[in-house]
Design a protein around this ligand. Structure first.
Ligand SMILES: [Zn+2]
Length: 272
């Protein structure tokens, strides 16, 4: 089974935010332990074994509160770079949706629907490569229970709006951020995307971009929903504008091997 941990950036109710973003990290279930260990080791190297803290990219970058407030800038940037390095392991596949609020009347629903479909398309591709896997999306409990509860209920009760999603083991679930380090990495992904589109700051996304789900030169895992996307030069819009000609599949992905990011060919007619 593949697990996709998702977090959000941008406040859908704040008029100062032009964008709402969902971003996440997908990995094979047996990899979860090792990624948690890597983030725990990073934390222990910084603060010792008894200091428990979430490594939230927004808190590290804004450094309003300790321990980040009193940490020198170069050390904070090194922590962010270490988090990006962990998130850029070959077995981790990234997904993200940046919704311009002018594009969609309900950016939360649109982002939720899109990230479900993108993850499902990834699982469909694995199936086409004779590697059938189910998927499960896990959101951070504190942020999503109120925001996404109506959509989760709709998913469970009707399964119509998300009718294209066919490879999930169950409806999306919630987890506490202090229970898994994967939600720290999901936050890093969503925050990196938010910084790219809201602040035009590519520092974090540049370190993560090669791990987004990709096939045939198109970054399917990163979606930019905005008016005038045909004139946008972000990695998502640019790779779609320069879509490579379709070619046959040339490799097969197995759990434990490097994740399928740079595929040739397409078995996903609905991808765009
Ligand atoms: Zn774009």
């Amino acid at each position: 089974m593949y697990l996709l941990y998702v977090d959000q950036s941008g406040n859908p109710l704040d008029n100062n935010d032009d964008y709402f973003v969902l971003g996440g990290v997908a990995l094979f279930e047996r990899k979860v332990y090792w990624v948690n260990e890597a983030v725990d080791d990073l934390t222990e190297n910084l603060f010792g074994p008894d200091y428990k803290i979430s490594l939230r990219a927004q808190a590290i970058n804004s450094h309003k509160y300790d321990p980040w407030h009193s940490m020198p800038t170069d050390q904070r940037l090194a922590v962010l770079a270490d988090l990006c390095e962990i998130t850029s392991q070959p077995d981790l596949v990234l997904f993200g949706v940046a919704v311009d609020k002018d594009f969609a009347p309900d950016p939360v629903a649109r982002a939720f629907e899109e990230i479900c479909n993108r993850f499902d398309l990834f699982l469909k591709r694995l199936h086409a490569q004779e590697n059938t896997q189910r998927g499960l999306i896990i959101f951070e409990r504190s942020k999503y229970e109120q925001t996404l509860a109506p959509f989760i209920t709709e998913y469970r009760n009707q399964n119509t709006r998300f009718g294209q999603v066919k490879n999930f083991a169950d409806a999306p679930a919630f987890a506490d951020s202090n229970g898994t380090r994967l939600l720290d990495l999901a936050h890093l992904v969503s925050y990196a995307i938010y910084r790219r589109y809201q602040r035009a700051n590519t520092m974090l996304l540049d370190q993560l971009i090669y791990n987004f789900d990709e096939e045939g030169g198109v970054i399917h895992g990163l979606v930019h929903l905005t008016r005038g996307a045909e004139n946008c030069y972000c990695p998502s819009c640019l790779t779609r504008a320069r879509r490579a000609p379709t070619q046959p599949h040339q490799e097969t992905f197995r759990p434990g091997a490097s994740a399928p990011r740079a595929r040739t060919g397409s078995s996903e007619p609905t991808e765009a």
